[in-house]
Design a protein around this ligand. Structure first.
Ligand code: HEM
Ligand SMILES: *[C@@H]1O[C@H](CO)[C@@H](O)[C@H](O)[C@H]1NC(C)=O
Length: 486
């Protein structure tokens, strides 16, 4: 979602300003690459992997630089201090999104990530109610049960790990939002959502897919729809946004984790030693264990750093004229935070191109000694200011649970011999450019670490079944049969 929206927004900006354009950089703007008359920097903008070009430019022009797309101003910030002082602290004047006609046509302006003004306020209030830290603790049992099913799925059908991971994340979002789950991938609500969203880019959840049972009313939003100022249509879009935004990003994260852990066997072995010392093979991990697993915490941060789901976040837009560090930022500028550039900055980070969790053991933000860490925070990959990702707590707890489970229960090895000795391909062409950035499908051998682990996984799945079945009121007959046989 993030990457495609970013590209769509750039495209729309380009179209909007094409006719108005003059293209030159007004004095007072931050520096940037030289412009051409009328088009500005349009000719230099890549259609793919814009974050790589932005990162190159940030090395040349610094922590804040500007681009002109005809008359439109783009500001790119690659300095944690400026993100804090500008995007977080002045969030009120930075919290808009750039005008983007293309997405508007497909979502009637009702898509939360793109919306602005009162519509955004209503949608944002609704989604926050659903995803506060407290609300997330109510979602814990189903998240935990789904994470248990993932282990069981991997035990039974390891070669399909890509889809099992996607299914789990979609199913969690369906359960939290609507109170029904998707027990398998093939022929399911999960795969329908994925293919529909992927093909037409619409974030709309078809009304017909909203279940009629009373269970989904645990989502107060439907109860309180009028009080929150939401129309029925807005609720539909909100559901779609959560399912797409929540599942694609988190699934891409777990895919990257599997890739990293199988390409770096030393990291895997060390993490397994840590988890074995704490947990052993007589029980499965629980969410409290993470506090006692510093190396695994470091792995979680390193996977975010190494290749983040949304390298440029989503574009913000300014609603008033602003100045920062002596530069003038006109009202209506589009502002990107270059998360990728910060995570791969050689000034901040020792050998940023290497997957090395240890960097987070020697410093809080994984930076090298004497680096200037002003403004850094541990959740930069979730965005900034009042637009910060509202799903951050949910994503964080799912990631923690899954990663402990997977490292505890399984050994991962890259299946294809040619790749076995090749350390992580950081080559961008190995990653998707779609909804959220993750590796393209790859082969990986996933084996339970012992008979004992396998038996415990089966037992844990049996114990999770009652929690899962609370969300299975609306299964189709074939899904029902699947659940009974699986
Ligand atoms: C690893 C997982 C995730 C990552 C890396 C991620 C990242 C992001 C980023 C960078 C933004 C843009 C923030 C900004 O504009 O400054 C965002 C926005 C958003 N995310 Fe996430 N996200 C993740 C998971 C989730 C989940 C689980 C949900 C659940 C519903 C979610 C829902 C949203 C929504 C609705 C927005 C738009 C917020 C707004 O415009 O006000 N995301 N996310
Ligand atoms: C994720 O959760 C862990 C454990 O509760 C916490 O220590 C960490 O700060 C959280 N990370 C983010 C980015 O919210």
């Amino acid at each position: 979602m993030l990457a495609s929206i970013a590209v769509l927004s750039l495209l729309a900006l380009f179209v909007l300003s094409w006719l108005r354009g003059k293209g030159s950089r007004e004095s007072g703007l931050p520096p940037g690459p030289p412009t051409l008359p009328i088009i500005g920097n349009i000719h230099q903008l890549p259609t793919k992997f814009a974050y790589l070009r932005f990162t190159e430019w940030s090395k040349q022009y610094g922590g804040i630089f500007s681009l002109k797309l005809a008359s439109q101003t783009i500001i790119v910030i690659s300095s944690p201090r400026l993100i804090r002082d500008f995007m977080d602290k002045r969030s009120g004047s930075m919290g808009d999104r750039p005008p983007s006609r293309l997405p508007d046509i497909t979502t009637n302006g009702l898509s939360l990530p793109l919306a602005s003004g009162p519509v955004w306020k209503s949608l944002r209030r609704a989604v926050q109610q659903l995803l506060t830290r407290e609300a997330c603790s109510r979602h814990m049992p189903i998240q935990q049960a789904e994470a248990t099913q993932l282990m069981y799925d991997l035990l039974k059908q390891p070669e399909n790990f890509f889809n099992h991971i996607q299914r789990q994340m979609i199913s969690i979002m369906l359960s939290t939002v609507f109170g029904f789950r998707s027990p398998r991938y093939a022929d399911s609500a999960a795969s329908i959502f994925f293919s529909q969203f992927n093909t037409n880019g619409r974030l709309y959840l078809n009304q017909a897919l909203i279940p009629q049972s009373t269970l989904y009313l645990h989502w107060n939003i439907i109860d309180q729809r009028e009080k929150l100022g939401l129309t029925r249509d807005m609720v539909g879009y909100l559901g779609g946004v959560c399912i797409e935004g929540g599942s694609a990003t988190t699934a891409a994260y777990l895919h990257r984790f599997v890739l990293c852990i199988s390409c770096y066997p030393d990291v895997q072995a060390r993490a397994q030693r840590e988890i074995d010392d704490l947990i052993g093979s007589n029980r499965v991990p629980t969410s409290q264990d993470i506090e006692h697993l510093p190396y695994i915490q470091a792995i979680i941060k390193e996977v975010h750093r190494f290749y983040t789901s949304g390298p440029l976040g989503l574009p913000h837009a300014t609603t008033i004229d602003e100045t920062i560090d002596g530069y003038f930022i006109p009202k209506g500028s589009t502002v990107f935070m270059n998360i990728y550039g910060i995570y791969h900055s050689e000034e901040l980070c020792e050998r940023p191109e290497v997957f090395n969790p240890e960097r987070y053991l020697s410093s809080e933000f994984g930076t090298k000694p004497n680096a200037d860490t002003t403004g850094l925070r541990s959740d930069l990959h979730f965005g900034s200011g009042r637009r910060i990702c509202p799903g951050n707590h949910l994503a964080n707890s799912s990631i923690i649970m899954n990663i402990m489970n997977l490292l505890w229960g399984f050994d991962f090895t890259i299946a294809d011999a040619a790749n076995r000795d090749r350390h992580i391909p950081i080559r961008p062409e190995d990653f998707t450019t779609g909804i959220a950035i993750g590796p393209k499908p790859f082969k990986c051998n996933i084996r339970p670490r012992s008979e004992k682990h396998a038996a415990l996984i089966c037992e844990a799945y049996a114990q999770a079944r009652p929690t899962l079945s609370m969300f299975e009121q609306e299964l189709t007959p074939s899904e029902q049969k699947f659940v009974e046989d699986w």
